[in-house]
Write a protein that binds this ligand. Structure first.
Ligand code: IPE
Ligand code: IPE
Ligand code: MG
Length: 225
C-alpha cells in the first residue's frame, strides 16, 4: 500500500554545499529543486499528503544572513510555483507561525493557501517556523480559551495545524540523523521512520520509491499483535 501521508525532515543542505566547497545557501537553492521534484513524484505515486519541514523554531539560532536567504528562497518558491501547484490540483497549507514574517511575504503565502484551498487531489504542507512543542502549546491555549477542560485525542488533533488530516504513515529524514528535531511530535506517534544517508539536495524520485518500498515491508501493529 502507498502511504497516504508522508512527512519529510529535509536535512543536509549545508553539508551538500560544503562537500562542493560552496556557501551553504547553494545547498538550500538545490534543496528547493529537490522539493519541486519530490512534490511531483509524490503526487504521481498516489501519496495524498506530503509534509515538508522547511524551517524550525530552533533554526532562528542560525546566522541572520542564512535565515534571510532561506526565507527569500522559500518565498520565491511559493510565488513561482503557485500556478503549477494549482494546475496540478495541489492544496498548499503552512504549518507554523507566520507572524514573524514580513507583511509582504505573509500575504504572498496566505494568498497561495487561499488560491489553492479548494484543491483536493493532493495536499502539500510546508512546515515554516514550525515547532511541535509550540504547536501543542498553541493548541492548549486555544482549548483553554474555548473552555475545553477534558479534550479527547481527536479534539487535540483538531487544534493542530494539521487539523482534518490523517497522521503521517511514513516519516523520512535525510542526511543520516536519527532525531526528530521538534517535528510533528503528536502526529508521528505511530509513523514508520525511515532514515537515509542521502543529503536532501541529492534525494531523488528513486530514493522516495526506495523509502516507500521499505515502508511496505514493515508490519504495523499499532500495539496489537
Ligand atoms: C536543512 O539543511 C534545511 C534547513 C534546516 C533549513 P541544513 O541547513 O540543516 O543542512 P545541514 O544539516 O547543515 O547539512
Ligand atoms: C531540522 O533540521 C529542521 C529542518 C529540516 C527544517 P536541523 O538541521 O535544523 O536539525 P538539527 O539541528 O540537526 O537537529
Ligand atoms: Mg541540518
Amino acid at each position: 500500500m502507498i502511504p497516504g501521508h508522508v512527512a519529510i525532515i529535509m536535512d543536509g543542505n549545508g553539508r551538500w554545499a560544503k562537500k562542493k566547497y560552496l556557501p551553504r545557501i547553494f545547498g538550500h537553492r538545490q534543496g528547493v529543486e529537490t522539493i519541486k521534484e519530490i512534490v511531483k513524484a509524490a503526487n504521481g505515486l498516489g501519496i495524498k499528503i506530503l509534509t515538508l519541514y522547511a524551517f524550525s523554531t530552533e533554526n532562528w539560532k542560525r546566522p541572520q544572513g542564512e535565515i534571510k536567504s532561506l526565507f527569500s528562497i522559500i518565498g520565491q518558491f511559493i510565488k513561482e510555483e503557485l500556478k503549477e501547484l494549482n494546475d496540478l490540483g495541489i492544496r498548499l497549507r503552512i504549518l507554523g507561525d507566520l507572524s514573524k514574517f514580513s507583511e509582504s511575504v505573509r500575504s504572498e503565502i496566505e494568498n497561495a493557501c487561499a488560491v489553492t484551498s479548494q484543491n483536493a487531489k493532493f495536499e502539500l504542507n510546508i512546515a515554516l517556523n514550525y515547532g511541535a512543542r509550540q504547536e501543542l502549546i498553541r493548541a492548549f491555549e486555544m482549548m483553554s480559551e474555548q473552555g475545553i477542560k477534558r479534550p479527547t485525542e481527536e479534539v487535540v488533533s483538531s487544534f493542530l495545524y494539521t487539523c482534518g488530516q490523517p497522521d503521517p504513515d511514513l516519516l523520512i529524514r535525510t542526511s543520516g540523523e536519527f532525531r526528530l528535531s521538534n517535528f510533528l511530535l503528536w502526529q508521528i506517534a505511530y509513523s514508520e521512520i525511515y532514515v537515509t544517508n542521502k543529503l536532501w539536495p541529492d534525494f531523488s524520485r528513486d530514493d522516495l520509491k526506495t523509502a516507500i518500498a521499505a515502508f511496505q515491508k514493515r508490519r504495523r501493529r499499532f500495539g496489537g499483535l
